[in-house]
Design a binder for this molecule. Structure first.
Ligand code: ACO
Length: 330
């Protein structure tokens, strides 16, 4: 049997209640302003989690919507894959706590650490599990609480990152052309230090000194990340289209990782896709890393931008570096 093996049967997303605008960040005492942030990133506001809002709770909210839309009961989920760079704790995986919360008693559950490519990597793994016969129905989530790992005194990073969760249900196809038509994934660990949290893991466990040096927080070389991101996104869009034997003209909508508007515009230009065929919501949600693509997909569906029969190209890149792409027919 040839692709498609799996299709996206349902989607959902959840974000924290609290909205933080660019002016709110400037009011924290950082030397920045609304105009600078909008011009350089396209971000106008983001959602930031408060007490009681965790990666698990946001994921559960998004997952319940996706399951309801797909008409799937918790007991029908075979595998839960959660892409996140900010698990609620380091042991066990947040995915198993989510499994318990949702009552998916038949499932196996695990986290994927691929930063902003987390949902996309998860979708590729989920599709492979369906193809191998291991699973029929897979819940793939991207969820983050990046507000807990950004340095709120660093204007280079805290303006970018945000919290949220997006969920998708992947199911085995039963004939037809609807589903994942092609995929591509790649990484380059030589670029790890361009965007990382140097301390706080097993190599440099938490100490008072580490905290004083703020080494547990995200550090980013913005210009270098920008350069490699544009390159990786261009590679990603080319590879998935080639593998699906399609061209830019066949793409009804590009849903890129919502890192910032300038990277999105450069990606669209490289791919030869005009901006009216590109979905953008970074202005409202900021960069939610692994959650950004599934949030954008659900948002696009709710806005009527993704309809039955459409061909959608997804492209992601993230810390690691990791990058990848999918072509999906809806
Ligand atoms: N407000 C005001 N000024 C700022 C701010 C800010 N928030 N942040 C930086 N500046 C200053 C800099 O300090 C610098 O000042 P200097 O010239 O006196 O040193 C000046 O603005 C220009 O800085 P640049 O870094 O050259 O600004 P640039 O145009 O590159 O924009 C940005 C910075 C937005 C971070 C850009 O480099 C970028 O988009 N990088 C990619 C970031 C990204 O998307 N990361 C996440 C992707 S991966 C993932 O999603 C996991």
């Amino acid at each position: 049997m040839k692709r498609p093996y799996a299709y996206i049967a349902g989607t959902g997303h959840a974000v924290p209640k609290r909205i933080v605008t660019n002016d709110d960040i400037a009011a924290m005492g950082l030397e920045t302003d609304d105009q600078w942030i909008i011009e350089r990133t396209g971000i106008r506001q983001r959602h930031i989690a408060g007490p009681g809002e965790s990666v698990k709770s946001l994921s559960a909210d998004a997952a319940r919507q996706a399951m309801a839309k797909a008409g799937v009961q918790p007991g029908e989920i075979d595998v839960i894959i959660l892409g996140t760079a900010t698990p609620d704790r380091l042991l066990p995986a947040t995915a198993v706590e989510l499994q318990s919360e949702l009552g998916c008693t038949r499932a196996s559950a695990f986290d994927i650490a691929a930063a902003c490519s987390g949902w996309l990597y998860g979708a590729i793994v989920g599709e492979s599990l369906i193809h191998s016969g291991t699973a029929e129905t897979v819940l793939v989530i991207g969820a983050e609480k990046l507000s807990t790992v950004v340095d709120w005194t660093d204007r280079n990073t805290c303006i970018l990152f945000a919290d949220g969760a997006g969920a998708t249900i992947l199911r085995r196809t039963r004939g037809g052309q609807k589903g994942i038509l092609s995929s591509f994934m790649r990484s380059d660990g030589a670029l790890a230090e361009l965007l990382w949290r140097p301390g706080g893991g097993a190599e440099e466990p938490f100490t008072a000194e580490l905290e004083t040096q703020r080494r547990q927080y995200v550090r980013m070389s913005g210009r270098e990340v920008f350069k490699h991101a544009v390159r990786a996104m261009a590679d990603a869009t080319d590879r998935a289209l080639d593998a699906a034997k399609l061209t830019a003209a066949d793409v009804d909508l590009l849903i890129p990782h919502q890192a910032n508007i300038r990277i999105i515009e450069a990606t669209a230009k490289h791919a030869g896709i005009s901006m009216d065929r590109v979905f953008v919501n970074v202005d409202r949600f900021g960069n939610t890393s692994a959650a950004s693509i599934p949030i954008a997909l659900n948002d696009a569906i709710e806005q009527g931008r993704v309809k039955e029969g459409m061909t959608v190209l997804f492209a992601a890149f993230g810390a690691g570096f990791t990058w990848g792409s999918l072509v999906v027919r809806f």
